[in-house]
Design a protein around this ligand. Structure first.
Ligand code: PRX
Length: 660
């Protein structure tokens, strides 16, 4: 919910607290500006120095950036390293062995600590188990796990042996899982019997079985099941084994597989403007560099911090700021299995108090829903908890509206914690535009300025720079180490989607609109410029949902648009034409419910439309193109004021205006 009008008038500025300016890893605007200037002056030198300082290389690189096959950029390509070694072994050597790496809090409130030494052992044992199954460097492993230590272990173990993981969020349906398994060409799936969320047990293994039975997944030879709830699940002999079985007797050390910096660390599927999700491929060296550096720069992480990122490992935020970044810098972090509203909406605040979290990173949707909950039940208001341990707050995944920002700042941060509003994407690997807590004056609702080395700009449809104050297309002008390398199995789509010829072919197209403040140059993200929706910080393609709807035997045609929503940012609104006559009244309600469930099964519950309206037809131009622009206006409940004379069937607008 960009709340763009409010932002235009936003004049509140919050200076970085003196304490931060004194101690921050990047202290003061002059330091920030000097770093930006250094990157401008010697781009490759800037990155090479950081890569040498931040990571431990098994074989040092001599080449920093290879642009010869642009836009397939290669970073540090003759260097070799291992991501898991950098996250774990390094910490055993530098005195962190007995430091807590993960404070795990279960859905039911129980918590356990895992030290770096213990995490290293677990990862090594599981890595050895994967190897014993014949899984090797370059193989793809799908991970369909709850938020648990074992989820992180599975990811790190893949990294240790050079297998490329593809984590699929536990809320995706069997069909979505099957599509990802096939596209990635996975040889194994790591899952759990069930996940425990909000006091409910939800099946995971049964969904894996269903996905594998749908066909096309014959490459999957092994399924490993972490027994989270010890529920009875079907185990297919010869294919399925429990995690405790496979690690039993495995040595607790495992020589890391040294891989080239460009070796694919993971593939993560995300939605684009066309129907099929894209497998965003990330490289080992550049990705880890940025995950670690942004922990230091944006989160100003220090050895004594207790860092908590609430994102699930199924999303990129859970990759960079749960599975990799915090470990790469030797941090202590909280991993939380549950949901913010169980057993009540005070859960986050209770956990911050209990574990003395110092840095807290969550999504605007969560904040907005907790504001509502605190209004309804004052006992869950943050003021009822001791949140004095906090020193820094973060926001991610969608624009944060100034009201939510102010509430977060006052009630959670006690007006002493800066908020880093981090703009980035699955494709960017880590933060791109964000305040630095010890440098950047904050303006509610603005992600402020690009990090040093990130050449973000705003251009028009032909790729030409726009002056501050003029809204346009957000691009990045130079490649950066943690950028997407390609779309798995589809390099042509990679080129077309991210380096479109219309913009000249060299600018990275983020897919968002943005505007810079006339005076400060601060960026504000105005929302996606393509057919991608952001619902509760989850990215969904309208075409993906449309394809799911038309796959239903009742549906002839469907068009999906987003409309602003107070809590979820955007809500999904579907306009549907059935093969039979248009339903009304109770019948329409029933069919709408069935279709919502259908989408839940096709994609996952996160993709269920909030509203479905039925029509005899959809508004189309004479050439048959659906006018989504008009549907967006109708979905918002507004009157259509634009000229509709080019429409084939203007009368249909009246019919679709009414919510059923
Ligand atoms: O539209 C932007 C929005 O989320 C999109 C990226 O989604 P995804 O790849 O799922 O990654 C989410 C977590 C990084 C962007 O194209 N977005 C993300 N962060 C912000 C944001 N919009 C505004 N402000 C943000 N801080």
């Amino acid at each position: 919910m960009a709340d763009f009008e409010a932002l235009k008038q936003e004049s509140r500025v919050f200076q970085p607290p003196a304490e931060f300016v004194r101690n921050a890893n990047i202290s003061g605007m002059e330091t920030y500006q000097a770093m930006c200037a250094e990157a401008e002056r010697d781009y490759e030198g800037f990155w090479a120095k950081l890569a040498r300082e931040t990571l431990e290389w098994h074989k040092p690189f001599t080449k920093t950036l290879n642009e010869s096959d642009a836009p397939f950029y290669r970073w540090f390509e003759d260097g070799q390293l291992n991501v898991s070694y950098n996250c774990l072994d390094r910490n055993l050597q530098n005195g962190n062995a007995d430091k807590v790496a993960i404070i795990f809090e279960a859905d039911d409130g129980g918590s356990t600590n895992v030290t770096y030494r213990q995490l290293h052992q677990k990862v090594c044992q599981f890595a050895n188990a994967l190897k014993s199954m014949g899984i090797k460097r370059g193989d793809r492993v799908v991970i369909y796990m709850p938020m648990t230590v074992e989820g992180v272990v599975a990811m790190q173990a893949c990294a240790r042996i050079g297998a490329t993981h593809s984590v699929v969020f536990g809320g995706f349906s069997a069909k979505s899982l099957q599509e990802r398994i096939i596209d990635a060409g996975a040889v194994a799936v790591v899952t759990a019997d069930e996940q425990s969320r909000g006091g409910k047990h939800l099946p995971l293994k049964a969904i894996v079985d269903e996905a594998l039975e749908m066909g096309g997944c014959e490459g999957v030879k092994n399924v490993v099941v972490y027994q989270r709830t010890h529920a009875q699940v079907k185990m297919v002999p010869g294919r399925d084994r429990t995690m405790s079985d496979v690690v039993a007797g495995q040595p607790d050390t495992c020589e890391p597989e040294w891989v080239d910096a460009e070796h694919p660390l993971f593939i993560l599927y995300t939605s684009g403007s066309t129907g099929k999700p894209k497998g965003v491929q990330h490289a080992s060296g550049g990705y880890l560099l940025w995950a670690a550096l942004t922990m230091k720069w944006t989160f100003d992480i220090k050895p004594t911090d207790v860092f908590w990122c609430t994102a699930d490992i199924g999303w990129v935020t859970g990759h960079s700021y749960v599975a990799y970044g915090p470990l790469a810098v030797g941090g202590t972090q909280i991993v939380f299995e549950g949901i913010p509203t169980y057993p009540n909406a005070g859960r986050f605040w209770d956990m911050i108090q209990k574990h003395k979290a110092t840095i807290f990173y969550t999504a605007p949707t969560a904040i907005r829903s907790l504001i509502k909950a605190a209004d309804a039940d004052p006992a869950t208001h943050p003021s009822k908890y001791d949140l004095s341990s906090l020193r820094l707050l973060g926001s991610v995944g969608e624009p944060i509206n100034p009201e939510a920002w102010m509430w977060y700042y006052r009630n959670v941060g006690g007006e002493r914690c800066p908020i880093v509003d981090t703009f980035w994407q699955t494709e960017t690997g880590g933060h791109m535009i964000t305040p630095l807590p010890g440098a950047t004056p904050l303006v509610p609702g603005s992600c402020t300025l690009p990090l040093p080395g990130i050449m973000a700009a705003i251009v028009d449809e032909t790729g030409h720079d726009l002056p501050n104050g003029q809204g346009g297309i957000l691009v990045v002008k130079r490649p950066w180490p943690s950028m997407i390398r390609t779309i798995w199995n589809d390099p042509e789509r990679f080129k077309k989607s991210y380096f479109p010829p219309e913009l000249g072919g060299t600018l990275y197209l983020a897919g968002d609109g943005s505007v810079r403040n006339k005076d400060t140059g601060y960026f504000t993200i105005t929302g996606r410029i393509d057919d991608v929706l952001n619902v509760s910080g989850h990215r969904l393609g309208t075409m993906e949902i449309e394809s799911a709807l038309v796959a239903n035997p009742l549906v002839a045609e469907a068009a999906v648009v987003g409309r602003p929503d107070d809590t979820t940012g955007e809500a999904i609104c579907a306009f549907v034409v059935l093969k039979r006559s248009r339903p009304t009244g109770e019948e329409a309600k029933q069919i709408a419910r069935d279709l919502r469930d259908w989408v839940g099964k096709e994609i996952g519950p996160i993709a269920k439309p909030k509203e479905i309206r039925f029509g005899d037809n959809l508004p189309k131009t004479r050439s048959g193109k659906i006018m989504r622009r008009l549907l967006r206006v109708l979905a918002k409940g507004e009157d259509i004021t634009q000229d509709v004379s080019t429409l084939e069937n203007p009368a249909i607008l009246d019919q679709l205006k009414q919510a059923q």
